[in-house]
Design a protein around this ligand. Structure first.
Ligand SMILES: [Mn+2]
Length: 392
């Protein structure tokens, strides 16, 4: 029997007049992809699972996890292991426009460590601190996302951020595109309350569009929503490194009206990087004392990190980004971080951007460990790095 007009998928899928994209909530393949599987028959005690066969293996060997960290799959694993930091992938792509490929970011970064010595045995030389012995760090696997829809992925991203934070662990989310910032900070709000933290957004783009192409949630509006929806105060919304085309006087009015603390790239160039960074730290210190840091890797210059969705000229050096991460993460209690927009399909054959991104995640782990040790100087280096080994 021929289907009537109302019964075709063509009619069911999209109601253009009302702007409604419909899904089938009963589709079993969708549930299998998005819902947590039943682990009751796994017969294992709760706690992190070490997948290493040997105490040390070079970066290219072994089962890939972030920094060869143990794996945790549930909040019970995090609690049983007293986990400090849970690194989780959020393999969300761009919803269909731009240079696609960020969904492969997390999996690629798990094997992006460039050289030995890698993994949990390595100390961060400049800071003489090993984050993997100072803290318990795990790979929390990936948040189940719907590759067809940013919108349909929002609840899982928010829930996973919340469930990690509820255990007291810090979620470090690895994108994936920047749309994930909105549900991630909603997860933080669920645990810590509205306007309870400073949000620092390091990015070539401002991500302050109201909407994009009729869609409420895209790669370009997390920072707009963070302020407009009262997740953070305007004065606790700090933006660093913005320079991409497309922001005219109307957007400047929005920054002024909402008292957003935005530091456009020309200010770094004019006043000097460290001078501006000192002001940023003063802003952070005026805030609630908790900080969420979102790093879009495209803040870096395309010459050093071109493997991103939307490269913008005139960007940061790796040194500037690592110093910024350290300054921020030792100046307040980090409640969450993300590293987004790494796109392995746009990377070079040496996977330079991937290695840079993974190194930056490592810098953030070390900075969090520094603060736990009581070091709060935003420009700290270990004295041995500043000539102390030469003194008699
Ligand atoms: Mn960006």
């Amino acid at each position: 029997m021929p289907a009537t007009a109302q019964e075709t998928n063509f009619d069911k899928a999209f109601d253009a007049e009302n702007g409604i994209i419909r899904l089938n909530p009963n589709d079993e393949t969708g549930k299998a992809m998005m819902n947590t599987r039943d682990m009751s028959n796994d017969n294992r005690p709760a706690g992190p699972i070490d997948l290493r066969r040997t105490e040390f293996a070079p970066s290219f060997a072994g089962i890939p996890t972030f920094f060869k960290s143990p794996v945790a799959l549930t909040p019970e694993d995090l609690r049983a292991g007293n986990v400090d930091v849970a690194i989780m992938g959020v393999p969300m792509d761009n919803g269909g426009y731009g240079r696609l490929g960020t969904s492969w970011g997390p999996q690629t970064l798990r094997i992006a460590e460039p050289i030995m010595p890698g993994g949990p045995v390595a100390i961060t030389t400049e800071l003489q601190t090993n984050p993997f012995t100072e803290m318990t760090v795990v790979d929390y696997g990936d948040v189940p996302v719907d590759p067809n829809s940013i919108e349909a992925s929002l609840p899982n991203i928010r829930r996973y951020a919340r469930e990690v934070a509820e255990t007291g662990a810090i979620p470090i989310s690895v994108g994936g595109n920047h749309s994930i910032l909105y549900p991630l900070i909603l997860g933080m709000q669920d645990v810590y309350g509205p306007e309870s933290f400073t949000l620092v957004h390091v990015d070539a783009h401002t991500d302050t569009s109201k909407e994009n192409f009729g869609h409420y949630i895209t790669i370009g509006n997390s920072m707009y929503l963070a302020v407009e929806e009262g997740i953070v105060k305007g004065t606790d919304s700090i933006q660093l490194g913005q320079r991409s085309p497309g922001y005219g006087p109307d957007k400047m009015d929005w920054f002024r009206e909402n008292k957003v603390r935005i530091y456009f790239q020309p200010e770094f160039e004019t006043r000097g990087f460290k001078t501006v960074l000192k002001d940023v730290i003063e802003d952070v210190k005026k805030g609630p004392g908790k900080i969420y840091i979102s790093i879009d890797i495209d803040v870096l210059d395309p010459a050093v990190a071109g493997g991103v969705t939307a490269p913008v000229i005139g960007g940061w050096s790796t040194r500037q980004l690592m110093d910024t991460i350290k300054a921020l993460a030792v100046s307040a209690d980090v409640i969450g971080m993300d590293f987004v927009e790494y796109n392995p399909y746009m990377d070079d054959h040496a996977r330079t951007t991937g290695a840079v991104t993974l190194n930056m995640i490592r810098e953030s782990l070390t900075a969090i460990a520094l603060r736990k040790k009581g070091i709060t100087d935003p420009f700290y280096f270990h004295p041995d790095m500043l000539g102390a080994t030469r003194s008699d």
